[in-house]
Design a protein around this ligand. Sequence first.
Ligand code: BDR
Ligand code: CA
Length: 316
Amino acid sequence: MHKVIYDTDPGVDDAMALLFLHRHPEIDLIGITTVFGNASVETTTRNALFLKREWNIAAPVAKGASVTIDPSRAEREWPAMVHGDNGLGDIEVPEKIDVALDPRPAHRFIIDTVRANPGEVRLVAVGRMTNLARALKEDPEIAGLVKDVVIMGGNFYVPGNVSPVAEANIHGDPEAADFVMTAPWKVAVIGLDVTSITTMSRSYLGEMAAKGDEAVKLLDALSQSYIDFYKHAVEDGMMVHDSCAAVYVVAPELFSSISGAVRVVCGGIADGQTIIQPDGRRFPPGDWDGLPSQIVCTGIESEKVIDLIRKALLRV
Ligand code: BDR
Ligand code: CA
């Protein structure tokens, strides 16, 4: 069983990945931590509690960061045009959910859970990297105690989605992302290179909803306006960004990758750009020497990934 802490900003595609992690038979979802991003952390936390209740998820929810790791960064606006004002495609979600939050802040929850399960925890982070960076800063030893970190974020050989060179999760907190990428732990980066070519059509999701239970029907309903948003890039369908990272946990063989040191540009017109120095290449004067080698996914078997998602979602 893969023990997973899911660090997320639900978020429509976050919701699909959550249902995947909850239902996949080889995954033990042991915690959900929330972060600002697709909406404020109040909203993403409320959404996580809502989905936990609706989908009967046992894992505790811990509320995380509301702002970037460097507080001097100006706040950015929430992408309401992508995920709706309420972060879940503007379906009806009660203001308050009667489900208890874990009393700890997300980064403390991560530290405690990693320490209680040395060598076992896989951190799947699909929002800003702020909670992970905070956990690392507070307890650097956890780097040697997690099994690995799987990130949805970044773009290496394709354009960004919030600037010509940057992807939303990284651009939303570049300092945190740079800290996480260069820490001495194993990171697999699942970025736009693979997630932007992995799409699910409205009709495919609709067919799953027709066959599936109430959970899949809810997912279908909350995804509709997100699919509308994607019409500039996908023919009546959506990119399943965060689910690609979730699938990587159980099926890394569906991805091809390169490895090397990864850095994030912090500031200027390339703010949030992710860069890899592939292993075996060394560019003088050696600024990148000594950084850990991370995995960067550059290829994906999209159809198989979509099929795995379908199988897990329809499994009750
Ligand atoms: C990422 O940004 C958010 O909109 C999605 O949930 C995903 O994690 C894609 O760039
Ligand atoms: Ca997300």
